[in-house]
Design a binder for this molecule. Structure first.
Ligand code: FES
Length: 169
């Protein structure tokens, strides 16, 4: 039976999501042993009316078995990006911290080692959401992940440090 453990630098409120939205995600396709991530942009430019707003709630982001190490999956309902690295699962906002453009919606190709691009005004984030190049002023916000009835659930009402991981063993 799977066990879960949290690797956190600070305590987050103990909260379990029970009302889960229907799962909706785009699975990234593996190519040659590496994973190609589909990352893209809404063309918001300087038009703030097209900026996305974070959705507060619990989002079903799939089974742990849906992920391979290096994956970064996009969930447009939230919108969220959920990844798996060597330390475990993590979830973060898919909204650029500059003018709020979505950074998961359309298609640019990013290799497993590649960054996340926001072509609205060319900010670049690492695959774990760290800001690498502006004008975006901040890294992507990370949110708490839980395992509920065998499914990964992201609670976007609980912000966590960017090095927080959910390890499923
Ligand atoms: S909204 Fe300007 S770089 Fe992303």
């Amino acid at each position: 039976m799977a066990k879960i453990s949290y690797v956190e630098k600070e305590n987050a409120p103990d909260m379990v999501c029970r009302n889960i939205s229907r799962r909706q995600f785009i699975r990234v396709v593996g190519v040659g042993g590496a994973t190609v991530v589909v990352i893209g942009v809404l063309g918001c430019g300087e038009d703030e009316s097209q900026s996305l707003q974070p959705q507060i709630g619990c989002f079903d982001v799939g089974s742990p078995n849906d992920y391979m190490e290096g994956d970064l999956l996009y969930f447009p309902d939230a919108p969220l990006l959920v990844g798996l690295d060597t330390a475990g699962f993590y979830a973060m906002s898919a909204i650029c911290t500059h003018l709020g453009c979505g950074i998961g919606d359309d298609v640019n190709e990013v290799t497993a080692e590649g960054p996340i691009l926001c072509s609205c005004t060319a900010s670049i984030f690492s695959r774990t959401g760290d800001i690498l190049s502006g004008p975006a002023p901040l890294s992507l916000q990370h949110y708490r992940l839980e395992l509920v009835d065998g499914q990964l659930v992201c609670d976007t009402s609980v912000e966590v440090p960017s090095d927080t991981r959910l390890a499923v063993v």
